[in-house]
Design a protein around this ligand. Structure first.
Ligand SMILES: *[C@@H]1O[C@H](CO)[C@@H](O)[C@H](O)[C@H]1NC(C)=O
Length: 340
């Protein structure tokens, strides 16, 4: 009897240890504000809560939205605007001020990430990203907020190669600024060593439907589509993420993890390949996938993923860009997705 109990206790301890080696990711949604008919922030926050959406990404500080988030359990990712990078990179005092203005007043909100620059590399502000990240991190640390992860957001255009995934490489233009970012991230303690990337199988499929199948882009392929040196890819999302891991390894960085700052599928705007049904399929399968598995390269790391976006936004570029919303501005779902 005693030995049965011992074995049982050992099993429980083992399973707890196994659990801990896994990083449980969770799903969030991007809250874009480029619409003149969107509900007020308090209503939007209610919508997040009533649909069980536990994380929210905001592209830049916004007093009203941040006030509406006070006292909720929603984990927030807050962006530093690209226009502020030069100032923040050049001055610790400016970074201290940014934190004082945009984080400290909201002491009843759980800020999980600060994203310094959005798709700023490559670009005119490339070289300012890493120094701005350092200054913001220093400012957060001195304010007693060292648990907040400071990162930046890369677009797929930062890669010059993404296929096959093992050949992933940053472009020559992007490499110096990304190397500086990765050096900073490498110095951070876990769980703060995270790079954010935007991953859109939709655009890869729309650009090359001859070679990319809808099933591969939508997590509906019945089996392996790409076998890359023994790593088996059944969906394009994983392949695109793993290309970023390979690109990091190519510049000598193996320990920085990835979170997906944007992914999604338009519910309209391009006939034949966009519809509420297709968007529902992509987003629901995405949620089910990332909650239960990592990528072939990092099978035990379940990523944080932010879906783009909460609303159809009528002030974005006409076409698909206006149609990424899970919800209409009325608050009605465009299609139904379960976050649980
Ligand atoms: C919220 O953020 C903290 C870290 O800051 C993390 O431990 C927790 O898992 C997050 N929760 C969700 C739902 O993302």
């Amino acid at each position: 009897m005693a030995s049965t109990w011992n074995a049982l206790i050992l099993l429980i301890i083992l399973s707890i240890l196994l659990q801990q080696t896994k990083h449980a990711g969770s799903i969030g949604v991007n809250y874009g504000l480029n619409g003149d008919n969107l509900p007020n922030p308090a209503t939007v926050v209610q919508l997040f809560n009533s649909h069980g959406i536990q994380k929210l990404r905001l592209f830049a500080p916004n007093l009203q939205v941040q006030q509406a988030l006070e006292g909720t359990n929603i984990n927030v990712s807050l962006g530093v605007a690209n226009d502020d990078l030069a100032n923040l990179a050049g001055s610790q005092a400016a970074a201290n001020e940014w934190v004082k203005t945009n984080i400290l007043p909201f002491s009843k909100t759980h800020y999980q990430y600060v994203t310094v620059g959005n798709e700023a590399i490559p670009g005119p502000n490339s070289q300012q990203v890493a120094p701005a990240m350092r200054n913001i991190k220093t400012a957060l640390n001195s304010a007693g907020l060292s648990q907040i992860t400071v990162t930046t957001v890369l677009a797929n255009t930062a890669l010059s190669f993404s296929f096959p995934p093992s050949q992933g490489a940053f472009s020559a233009e992007a490499t110096p600024a990304i190397t500086a970012v990765l050096q900073f991230l490498n110095e951070q303690e876990e769980p703060n060593r995270v790079l954010m990337v935007n991953v859109y199988p939709y655009f890869a499929f729309a650009a090359d439907p001859q070679h990319v199948t809808l099933e591969y882009a939508q997590f509906t392929a019945p089996g392996t589509v790409v076998n890359d040196h023994g790593l088996e890819y059944q969906n394009l999302f994983d392949a695109m993420v793993d290309a970023f891991y390979a690109a990091m390894e190519n510049v000598g960085v193996g320990s920085v993890r990835i979170a997906v700052s944007e992914t999604g599928w338009p519910n309209g705007g391009q006939s034949g390949i966009t519809s509420p049904v297709l968007a529902e399929t992509y987003n629901q399968k995405l949620i089910d996938h990332v909650k239960n598995s990592g990528t072939p390269k990092k099978p035990s790391y379940f990523m944080d993923v932010f879906i783009f976006a909460m609303f159809n936004e009528n002030q974005k570029t006409p076409g698909v860009e206006q149609c990424f919303g899970l919800f209409y501005p009325s608050g009605q779902p465009v299609y139904s997705v379960s976050f649980n």
